[in-house]
Design a protein around this ligand. Sequence first.
Ligand SMILES: N[C@@H](CCC(=O)N[C@@H](CS)C(=O)NCC(=O)O)C(=O)O
Length: 202
Amino acid sequence: MKLYYAPGACSLSPHIVAREGNLPVEMVKVLFAGGRTTETGENFYDINPMGYVPTLRLDNGEVLTEGVAIVQYLADQAPSANLVPQKGSMPYYRTLEWLTFISSELHKGFSPLFRSGISEAEKASIVERLAKRYDRLEKALSTGAYLLGDIFTVADAYCYTILRWTPRAGIDLSKYPNLSAYMKRIETRSAVQVALKEEELV
Ligand SMILES: N[C@@H](CCC(=O)N[C@@H](CS)C(=O)NCC(=O)O)C(=O)O
């Protein structure tokens, strides 16, 4: 399998899942500044016409897009790593709930901040909206080490990835003690360290 990524982008989430699951996933960097070619010289639009990462190419050539789908696919390839609770159980639906929250409320809440020409007023309103999402996460993490309690799931890989962008919003994470501890806890996981090193983020 090949996972197309950009360093520190949302593709870090499936990258972490791949390493947590000890899966033989080859990482291929997409050069956003280079007209969307890959480091191996492919035209990335030929692989994903939307031009965004993460994108997973399976060994049979099939392409899977959308981070939320990719992390679940990867988790299913490594069942012994327990990265998704048993399908049909309440914790499974909680995982889907968190994945959807992170995707639509957090990840896409951040996206406008990366656009050029955003005004200070727009930025302030985006940050205010994001802060409410941080409040929800802070409360959720008051009762457990991870979003689902004691077990690390794909939702944590995604949440950690997006919260790494906190400095871009100018949000002070130290105001959120549970979230600060959560980030440190995840960062020290050996699979996370491997993924960070492979993306040259540490
Ligand atoms: N709906 C996609 C969005 C992925 C996405 O926003 N990727 C960003 C990086 S975090 C990207 O590649 N942006 C470049 C672009 O959209 O052209 C998903 O959830 O996987």
